[in-house]
Ligand binder design. Structure first.
Ligand code: FAD
Length: 503
């Protein structure tokens, strides 16, 4: 068996996932003599969306020692503290899913249970999310950093960015090439295998043969290497998530920039609004069984009205909802849309890339490509996709719209067993039964469940037994503490203006 280290890595695809991968691997492997090449076709475009992130993006740029201010300027980024969900019920209804926790733990128990008890005991009506600093900063349109100190006031685990995906890919390309990543523009026509069935080389239309030890498939929905060459089957999740189309239309920038994404439910899907430094991203995600492309584009154009960016036309995207059966086969690893896609309701596209990169770093192979590492990587990636699928299905399951078939159909999909189990346990004792390594933990479930009015029968016993004077005092102190921090946070717009002026 060949235990020699990997010497040549070929990444095929130059979208967000290709360049995030190139820079990550280059910096992680800087002490090793590894040649990294990124190959992309200029005839096949990138998907060009992917503008909202979760805090894994902040972790990524810190791991790679990228300066946050420079990153934001180069990507025309703004801050994101959470997502506001509008109209997911009949009538005028809104709820918020902020990053981070709401006030933290009290005696090791999520504040949710004390909030629930206070509500059941007759305290003034207020949402659980009102204890979240991010939710309050969002309401007040504040940035998570102080201009005076320059450092984040809201902890790094609990904010993210809205960014221009095209600009991000350009910036990461520049950094990767400066670090020594070889960039080749050519279109892959064929692949060549070795005697073991592993990939030996790709052959391009212009006659190049590019060999490598390890291949990373970042070819987007085409899944050129993992599926077409290595034959990995696609696991379709379309029966649980009905939206399979999107139409995108950029808008003029909104000076009054909210530090959060808006997801507004519509007839047969939902519309996103993502404020960037230089424009507003917007798009409609919908089900082709319930809405035609023309109706979707008409809706988006009407909604945009005068705010439509000059010259911008609606752009349609087909979404293949599902994931790989195996993300790593032989010496080929799929990262990005080639690995899987779950609709962007919780902005998890780039998170899956970060997750795959962290796992690849943990299970980095040698040339024996041992089955043990591969199996572990595949299991973790499967679980990541399935947990996000569960969390997205939860949003639809709880919807309270009765105006169209889409919303009725969306809450009647077959529930994944794991989600059914989490819901049973939540209903019983207020604790959704979730594995500890999931990205969306109990607190996120509480925001979505309580935001949709779905409360358990009772709080957990430990909160029921708590001394009311003491826990009400702690809740009041959390409010006061949040108010104090809020005073130190600058306006989001003011912060971004200041940031641009520093560049
Ligand atoms: P692509 O951008 O499709 O890139 C594929 C690359 O492969 C291209 O460079 C192409 O040239 C190359 N290629 C293909 N075939 C060949 C060939 N034969 N030879 C050579 N090169 C080839 N994610 C988020 O994190 N947040 C969001 O808010 C978000 N919103 C989204 C909204 C929509 C509607 C959709 C569809 C996705 C969204 N995503 C979001 C997901 C995000 O866009 C993707 O995860 C991300 O852009 C990564 O795409 P990619 O690089 O894998 O593929």
């Amino acid at each position: 068996m060949d235990n020699a280290p990997i010497r040549r890595i070929l990444i095929v695809g130059g979208g967000s996932s290709g360049w995030l991968t190139a820079l990550y691997l280059k910096r992680f492997l800087k002490a090793a003599p590894v040649e990294i090449t990124l190959l992309e076709s200029d005839a096949i475009g990138t998907i060009g969306v992917g503008e909202a992130t979760i805090p894994s993006m902040v972790r990524y740029i810190r791991q790679l020692r990228i300066d946050e201010a420079e990153f934001m300027r180069r990507c025309s980024a703004s801050y994101k503290l959470g997502i506001r969900f509008d109209n997911w019920h009949d009538g005028d209804h809104s709820y918020f899913h902020p990053f981070g926790v709401a006030g933290g733990m009290i005696d090791g128990v999520d504040l949710f249970h004390f909030w629930l008890r206070s509500q059941q005991d007759g305290a003034p009506d207020r949402p659980y999310s009102s204890y979240s600093l991010q939710a309050r900063a969002s309401d007040a349109h504040r940035a998570p950093r102080s201009i005076r100190q320059g450092s984040p006031i809201i902890d790094s685990g609990a904010y993210a960015f809205h960014l221009d995906a095209g600009k991000m890919a350009d910036y990461l390309q520049e950094l990767s090439v400066a670090d020594g990543v070889r960039h080749v523009i050519a279109r892959v026509a064929e692949t060549e295998k070795d005697a073991n069935g592993n990939l030996a080389a790709v052959l391009t239309e212009d006659g190049q043969r590019i060999p490598a030890d390890l291949f990373i498939d970042c070819t987007g929905f085409a899944s050129l290497l993992i599926e077409k060459s290595m034959g990995d089957p696609w696991v379709d999740l379309g029966h649980q998530l009905l939206c399979d189309r999107a139409v995108v239309l950029p808008r003029k920038r909104d000076r009054n920039m909210a530090p959060y994404t808006i997801s507004a439910a519509q007839q047969a899907g939902w519309m996103w609004k993502i404020p960037l430094m230089h424009r507003m991203g917007s798009g409609l995600v919908y089900s082709s069984q319930h809405m035609t492309d023309t109706a979707a584009a008409d809706f988006l154009l009407r909604d945009a009205g005068d705010s439509r960016l000059e010259g911008a036309e609606p752009r349609f995207l087909r979404m293949r909802v599902g994931r790989r059966s195996d993300f790593w086969r032989g010496n080929v690893i799929a990262i990005g849309l080639s690995a899987g896609f779950v609709e962007p309701l919780e902005s998890t596209g780039l998170y899956f890339v970060h997750r795959a990169l962290d796992l690849l770093r943990t299970f980095f192979p040698d040339r024996s490509f041992g089955a043990g590492s591969r199996r572990a990587f595949n299991r973790h990636m499967r679980e990541s996709f399935d947990e996000v699928r569960d969390f997205i299905v939860l949003h639809y399951l709880l919807n309270g719209r009765n105006d169209t078939d889409f919303w009725r159909d969306a809450r009647s999909v077959p529930l994944p067993d794991s989600l059914a189990q989490a819901m049973d346990s939540y209903h019983d004792n207020g604790l959704p039964d979730l594995p500890t390594e999931w990205v969306f933990r109990d607190t996120s479930y509480y925001f979505i469940l309580s935001g949709n009015g779905r409360l358990p029968r009772r709080p957990t016993r430990r909160a029921e037994l708590a001394d009311p004077t003491r826990y009400l005092d702690i809740l009041a102190k959390i409010d006061a503490q949040n108010a104090r921090v809020l005073e130190d946070l600058p306006g989001h717009r003011a912060y971004l203006d200041w940031l641009e002026a520093q560049g």
